[in-house]
Write a protein that binds this ligand. Sequence first.
Ligand SMILES: N[C@@H](CCC(=O)N[C@@H](CS)C(=O)NCC(=O)O)C(=O)O
Length: 111
Amino acid sequence: MGEVEEVKLLMTGLSPFAGRIIWALKLKGVEFESVEEDLTNKSDLLLQSNPVHQKIPVLIHNGKPVSESLVIMEYIDEVWNQTCPLLPADPHQRALTRFWAKFVDEKVTSI
Ligand SMILES: N[C@@H](CCC(=O)N[C@@H](CS)C(=O)NCC(=O)O)C(=O)O
């Protein structure tokens, strides 16, 4: 992409949901700014960017927020599509990947 991009990630260092976004951005070679959130005292930026869940991670790309880590992963894959695809090309393999990602998330959050 030619234009200057602003990519900001609202996160905490311990969050596995934020961790997967950092992993994806690094794999794609996308430069980004990490903004560490205090979840006991959420910033106005977080509350405005993710008013529904008020959770990290939130990716803010050129001022536009995207929430929910699996949604963010697919956004990253669609925007920075020149390198290192995150999902397989085959539709059935993609479906299986999404199935297991959802399964893991449901297990992690049900602990
Ligand atoms: N389904 C969300 C889960 C994100 C999540 O649970 N984030 C936690 C930190 S690991 C959070 O922000 N918790 C703050 C709260 O629940 O108020 C995703 O995949 O992004």
